[in-house]
Design a protein. Sequence first.
Length: 258
Amino acid sequence: MRLATWNVNSLRMRLDHLTDWVQAQQVDVVAVQETKLTDDKFPVAELDSVGYASAFSGQKTYNGVALLTRRSTVGEPANVTVGNPLFDDEQKRLISADVGGLRVTCAYFPNGQEVGSEKYDYKLAWIDALVQWLDSLRDGPPRVLLGDYNIAPDSRDVHDPAQWDGKVLCSEPERERFTRLLQTGFVDAFRLFDQAEKSFSWWDYRMLGFRRNAGLRIDHALVDSRIAGQVRACRIDREPRALEKPSDHAPVVVDIDA
DNA sequence: ATGGCTGCTTTGAGCAGA
């Protein structure tokens, strides 16, 4: 089974990129972040016409998440949960479903804006609640957490570690939260394999970020430790980032024998 | 040091992203 995560930065702007890509890559499950659409505007019919069923939770302007499943291989998302039952949140950042024997969660972690800000505190509290909830699901079906974590876990994941040292996305409390997620029984699928140095998943639109490869690895696929041995590959696909009018994020793909 | 793109919005300057 091939799963992927992609922050599309507006599904309205990126629908063609997304449908082209999932078909070309034969993706079975894709977790989408920053749809920026209310549910009545979600392109159910367009996705259905290319063979994908969808579960989604959105709002106007900001946030918004979705899980798309390839009908011919994995069917429809089942037992869909919107949000975190342990955390009241008006922001639409989390959706989970059973797909192909896995409990798949799509997450759009808060950005945090600046260390010490109100938004940063919200980010840490949001992650703490996510850790608590996912920990409670350890005995259920194997979990997969796909999303834009807005955390670069390691200096390897940062184009210029000195410049980013201690800044939001790279601060110690955020990295500690990432470690806590791993400690609830996950592996970082990307780091199970040899990867090129300076592998990133996001590049600033400004200052020729992509051309200079001035990026961060903040989009991740965490896979339940119980099935770590079934992970066959994990890679970042930079190609969609080079298209006209791209998202600022590239998709991350993970292949699991399941 | 600043802002540099992009998408969005009670359509137009300001917010937010990362």
